[in-house]
Design a protein around this ligand. Structure first.
Ligand code: AMP
Ligand code: MG
Length: 341
């Protein structure tokens, strides 16, 4: 792989122009979105997109989401726009919702991971929108982490994983949402199939149609060989070095479990400081609300590695609303280790 002297850019007009120039030349650039940082390349250019897979070490059958900056770009990318997709776009775009639709020939197989469909999203982050517009083409972009690691919510996270692997990263500060986009498809249903939960919750989608199916892969482990609707769901994901166990029970049970089973190599992932009062292990706060937990989760997972503990006990997210997205990511980070008390 070609090595780069990775530059951290601000989000000034000059930086956007520099990044757009690199992207036009077929390079890969890290950039902020409202969900997590993305690793972008020209979605129409198969050899540019290939560099994303190389930089991340991402399996080639794991498709990339194509990011647009205006509704008018959608037409050329897909061969069919279901009526429900139009309704969802009106309700949630620009924003953290990805919709899977049949792809047009303009999207190379490298971008779609060999599938005949493509996931499209219009981010609401202003810097992302400015960058896509300056390029004049849509950006294929997965999260800007090394494959298998927690997604990046700051430019520094991206730098840690991608230093030397890409020419530039635009710093847009901490991501507001903190977990990747909600992914939905319309295939095989008159309604909406939720493939990956995100900030746009099942409850939000039910405002569009009553018929929202939550795919099995959202809360269950799928084998590596399983034929899955959302290929990303079968891979090891978001995992820090520490072994995480989710403790599904009330605060008292969580505290008792931690005291009984913890040791000098244990950290706690809690909602608020008082959860760990009187317990001597390092404790990382994810936040009280579902939204705060979504924003902080990946930073906390990365912090576990910085502290260097061997195991972590995590309080269980709410599993509803945005909490379902937090639970889905934490389940994978914990390799599906859940203790129900
Ligand atoms: P990431 O870019 O890392 O957030 O991952 C994007 C995820 O979106 C993939 O891992 C898939 O699970 C899902 N995805 C993207 N495109 C498609 C598609 N055409 N069909 C099904 N799932 C998709
Ligand atoms: Mg990812």
């Amino acid at each position: 792989m070609k090595m780069y002297d990775t530059k951290l850019l601000d989000s000034s007009e000059e930086s956007i122009m520099l990044a757009a120039r690199l992207l036009k030349d077929g390079e890969v650039v890290g950039f902020p979105t409202e969900t997590v940082y993305g690793l972008g390349a020209n979605a129409f250019d198969g050899s540019a997109v290939k560099k994303i897979f190389q930089a991340k070490g991402r399996p080639g059958d794991n498709p990339l989401i194509v990011h647009i900056s205006g509704f008018e770009q959608l037409d050329g990318l897909v061969t069919e726009i279901p009526a429900l997709a139009v309704k969802c776009a009106k309700a949630f775009w620009p924003g953290p919702l990805t919709m899977i639709m049949p792809k047009s020939d303009k999207i190379p197989d490298t971008t779609s991971g060999g599938l005949d469909t493509v996931g499209i999203r219009m981010p609401s982050d202003k810097t992302a929108g400015r960058l896509i517009s300056a390029c004049g083409f849509p950006l294929a972009a997965p999260s800007a982490n090394l494959s298998g690691s927690p997604s990046p919510t700051t430019a520094q996270h991206v730098f840690k994983d991608m230093n030397g692997r890409i020419p530039a990263i635009i710093d847009g500060g901490f991501c507001g949402v903190g977990v990747e986009s909600t992914v939905i498809s319309f295939e095989g249903t008159d309604g909406i199939r939720l493939l990956r939960p995100g900030f746009v919750s099942p409850e939000d989608l039910r405002e569009i149609t009553e018929n929202v199916i939550i795919d099995k892969g959202v809360t269950e482990s799928l084998g590596a060989d399983a034929k899955v609707r959302s290929p990303g769901m079968k891979y090891k994901h978001y995992a820090p070095k520490a072994e995480i166990t989710i403790i599904d029970g009330d605060l008292e049970k969580f505290r008792n479990y931690a005291i009984k089973n913890g040791n000098t190599d244990t950290a706690l992932m809690i909602f608020e400081k008082s959860d760990a009062e009187g317990i001597d292990f390092p404790a990382l706060c994810c936040g009280k609300t579902d939204e705060e937990q979504a924003r902080n989760l990946f930073d906390v997972l990365r912090e576990l590695d910085n502290i260097g503990v061997k195991q972590a006990f995590a309080r269980c997210p709410s599993k509803s609303g945005v909490g379902l997205a937090v639970y889905n990511r934490l389940l994978r980070a914990a390799a599906f280790r859940v203790i129900k008390l």
